[in-house]
Ligand binder design. Sequence first.
Ligand code: ADP
Ligand code: MG
Length: 372
Amino acid sequence: MIDLSISFLSKFPPYFRAMFEDKNPQRTPISSLGEFGLIDLLTENIKLKNPSTLTGIGDDAAVMDPGENVVLTSTDMLIEGIHFDLSYVPLKHLGYKAAVVNFSDIYAMNGKPTQLYVALAASNRFPVEALEEIYVGIRMACQVYGVDLAGGDTTASNSGLVLSLTANGLAKKEDVVYRKGAKATDLIVMSGDIGGAYMGLQVLEREKQVFLVNPNMQPELQGNEYVLERQLKPEARKDIPELLAALGTKPTAMIDISDGLSSEILHLCKNSNVGCRIYEERIPIDPTVYNLCEEFKMNSTTVALNGGEDYELLFTIPIEDHDKIKHNPSLTVIGHITKAEEGAYLITRAEQAIELTARGWNGLDESEGEEK
Ligand code: ADP
Ligand code: MG
């Protein structure tokens, strides 16, 4: 098994440097292999697991047999300096996360991811070993989620690294869950907890600043494993569609929480033409996230609403199904759907109704950074 646990970071001090330069003394220029040699190296020994993958890498196009199913497709593009910072994101983790966020989109449609395609562009700053690291993460994610790496494209870039991943998935047509479909009185439910990935990013940014001032300082990551893992190695909620099926309920609408709870709820409401009430006291936040919010003097509700990158699933179910889910430790009812005219509101602990906005809630943005 490849070690993708957070603890492995501490084995490679100093941590805050372009990771591959420090860890990997070998720096083979991409040009020495050429495009085809590189593709062969990155994709060697891939064994196809899904019967729907008739042909994977090695022909002009992959061949997929959806059988009785419909095909779900999702793409995500990641640009160095915009979506990731290689001074603290290990390449292995970058590959893992780039794959997992695509799988998350397929689960959010109530499907099962089956194939992954990887397009990458890298400048000559990246040795072959760096790309191999990324592929260790990508292949690990494919193994964990049972997905076939079925193709891609490889090219040079003038500067930096660009990764564009596309996942295909399958679902029975009648099982697909869209963003539309939520009805007034439906319950709003989410898996897991939120805010962790954002606080993990805050810790990494803080330690980067410390490192820039004094490169001999070792980053203080201990005690923050949970949020660092949420940021650097998120998991897609593969278990939730299975759990809901086992509990005998089907979401009326679903979305994954990639951009923050507030904007995702608004997407559901807009697509379903409904309103909502969510309750501040119901939002599931891990105790370590509360503690870090205190340390960083941030409002934990703002972090939960705006943070993003937690990749939990947010969905609505008919109120009649409440009994089926109410005691499940993986699920939290955070509110309910209303008619569109009633708007989209957060009800605070003080029972104040505050309109939700794509960036959190009106009135709190100004107080960001103030202690609660
Ligand atoms: P073409 O020129 O026909 O587009 P390529 O030479 O780019 O084909 O790719 C050859 C094969 O390798 C194809 O099956 C393609 O899907 C696969 N491939 C290319 N780059 C990657 C990559 N970065 N990751 C995975 N598969 C790749
Ligand atoms: Mg090509």
